[in-house]
Design a protein around this ligand. Structure first.
Ligand SMILES: [Zn+2]
Length: 126
């Protein structure tokens, strides 16, 4: 099955990025923030309430559109872009179902979740 049209993202705070304050965090997180190259309207994660205004396409392509999935860089929860690119909670099982159908999408999104969780662990332990 082709994966045409299925793009995954992760969400970050884009305009708040400050290299001097990020120097102490891991290189990986800084790189992820820098790659958040699509500016989206400011929206709060419905799980952790952190504000974000950036989105990075895990494929390195287009910007997000309503219906695309994204991963919160703060809490690693799968989110969905709603109308106006506001961040919403996916319906129960919705993200997992898309991951099952679109294998490449699923692998990249699960890898992104694992990377964010790993960075978070390092942040907490340092
Ligand atoms: Zn969150």
């Amino acid at each position: 099955m082709a994966d045409v049209g299925v793009n995954g993202f992760f969400s970050t705070k884009r305009l708040g990025y400050n290299p001097s304050t990020h120097r102490s965090t891991s290189l990986g997180l800084s790189v992820m923030v820098l790659f958040s190259d699509h500016h989206v309207p400011t929206s709060r994660c419905p799980f952790c309430e952190n504000e974000m205004d950036g989105a990075a396409n895990v494929e390195g392509g287009r910007g997000p559109i309503p219906g695309d999935f994204t991963i919160c860089i703060h809490c690693a929860q799968p989110l969905i872009f709603l109308a106006g690119l506001q961040l919403g909670k996916p319906k129960p099982g919705e993200f997992e179902a898309v991951c099952r159908i679109h294998k490449k999408f699923g692998i990249k999104m699960r890898a992104t979740i694992a990377i964010i969780r790993n960075l978070d662990r390092k942040r907490r332990s340092s």
